[in-house]
Design a protein around this ligand. Structure first.
Ligand SMILES: O=C(O)CCC(=O)C(=O)O
Length: 324
C-alpha cells in the first residue's frame, strides 16, 4: 500500500484510530484490577512501572540471594533431573524442557479434572463439567476458551505432590535467589472453539506473544496432563527473550505484542513450540515472550506451578480478573 494518497492516508488513520481504540479498551478493562492490586499492596506500583524495563529488572536481580543447589533434593519425583543443568538452561535460553511426571501423578490429576466442574473464561459464573463443553457454550451463549479449577485443584493430592516437590523449589531458589517462594498453582483446560473474541483470547494468554508482569522475578513450571501436538494448543516460548528487550517493548503499556514485531527482534528461529506426551514438563522465565495457542481440535489440560519473590495476591486466585 502506498501511503500519502488521500484515500490511503484516510484508511491508515482509520486503522490507527481503531488500533488505539482497542489499545485503550484493553487497558481500560484492567484498570479495576490494577487499582485493587495497588490498594492491597502498594509495592505493586513500582514493580508494575519499572519491572518492564531492563534497568529496573537488573537492579532487582542484584538483590537475589545466592543459594547452593542441594546435593539431594529430598524425595523428588523428578529423579535424574539436575538442578544446575535446569538453571543453566534458564539463564541462557529462559527455558528448560525435560521434566517427566510419573504416570500415576498426571493420570490422577487428569481424572480429577474430568470429574470436577471448572470455570469458563476465568469467570466463576460460567461453571461447567469439562466433558460438557459444547453444551455449556450453548447454555451460556458464548465461546468458552478456558476452564480453570482455581482453588479446587488443591483438593487433588497429586497436584499438591507436584507443588511441594523439593526439586521445583530448589530450581526456583537457585535461579531467582533465596527469596523465591511458591505463588501460583493452577490447572486449566484450553478448549478448541471457533468463535473466541480477541478479549477472551487475551484473557487466556492465547494467540499473542506476551511477557508476565506479576512480579520482579518469576519462574513458571508447566506440565501437560494430556498429550499435546500441534492441534492441541501447544505453548510457545521465544528463546533468549528474557535477557534482552527492544526499547519499544520496555516502554510499552501492554505486555502483548504481535508475532511479527517480536520475531523481528529475536529472529524467526527463536520460538520453541512445546509438544509432547502427557506428563511432559518444562520451566520458563516468563519475562521472556511466550504464549499459549488456541487448540485446533483437542482440548489441552495443563498445570502451572509458579514461583516469585514478592508476596502473592491474597485476593484472587491465579490470573483471576474478577474482583471481589
Ligand atoms: O496457555 C499457555 O500455554 C500460556 C500460559 C501463559 O501465557 C501464562 O501463564 O502466562
Amino acid at each position: 500500500m502506498t501511503l500519502g494518497t488521500p484515500d490511503n492516508s484516510g484508511a491508515a488513520s482509520l486503522e490507527a484510530i481503531a488500533r488505539n481504540g482497542s489499545l485503550f479498551r484493553r487497558i481500560a478493562v484492567r484498570i479495576p484490577t490494577y487499582l485493587k492490586d495497588l490498594r492491597e499492596n502498594p509495592a505493586w506500583l513500582p514493580m508494575f512501572v519499572l519491572a518492564r524495563t531492563m534497568p529496573g529488572r537488573r537492579m532487582h536481580w542484584l538483590g537475589a540471594r545466592r543459594v547452593r543447589p542441594l546435593d539431594n533434593a529430598g524425595e523428588t519425583m523428578f529423579a535424574g533431573v539436575d538442578c544446575e543443568a535446569v538453571v543453566a538452561g534458564l539463564r541462557s535460553d529462559g527455558l528448560f524442557s525435560g521434566f517427566t511426571l510419573p504416570p500415576a501423578i498426571h493420570e490422577e490429576i487428569a481424572a480429577f479434572a474430568q470429574r470436577t466442574p471448572c470455570f469458563g473464561n476465568f469467570d466463576r459464573r460460567l461453571e461447567f463439567m469439562p466433558g460438557d463443553h459444547a453444551e455449556a457454550e450453548k447454555r451460556f451463549g458464548r465461546s468458552l476458551l478456558s476452564g480453570h479449577y482455581f482453588e479446587r485443584i488443591l483438593d487433588c493430592p497429586a497436584a499438591l505432590a507436584i507443588q511441594r516437590d523439593p526439586l521445583l523449589l530448589d530450581v526456583a531458589q537457585n535461579y531467582l535467589g533465596g527469596q523465591a517462594k511458591l505463588i501460583t498453582t493452577r490447572v486449566w483446560w484450553s478448549f478448541p472453539t471457533g468463535k473466541a473474541s480477541d478479549a477472551d483470547k487475551n484473557l487466556a494468554s492465547l494467540g499473542k506473544y506476551h511477557f508476565d508482569l506479576d512480579d520482579w522475578r518469576m519462574l513458571k513450571f508447566f506440565f501437560y496432563l494430556v498429550p499435546v501436538d500441534a492441534g492441541t494448543g501447544p505453548h510457545v516460548y521465544v528463546r533468549g527473550s528474557h535477557r534482552r528487550r527492544s526499547l519499544k517493548h520496555q516502554l510499552t503499556l501492554l505486555v502483548g505484542h504481535p508475532a511479527e514485531e517480536v520475531l523481528d527482534v529475536y529472529g524467526p528461529e527463536s520460538p520453541v513450540t512445546l509438544t509432547g506426551e502427557a506428563g511432559l514438563g518444562f520451566v520458563e522465565d516468563p519475562f521472556g515472550f511466550h504464549m499459549g495457542t488456541v487448540p485446533a481440535h483437542t482440548p489441552r489440560l495443563m498445570m502451572e506451578i509458579g514461583f516469585g519473590v514478592s508476596r502473592p495476591s491474597r485476593r484472587r486466585f491465579h490470573g483471576e480478573p474478577v474482583i471481589r
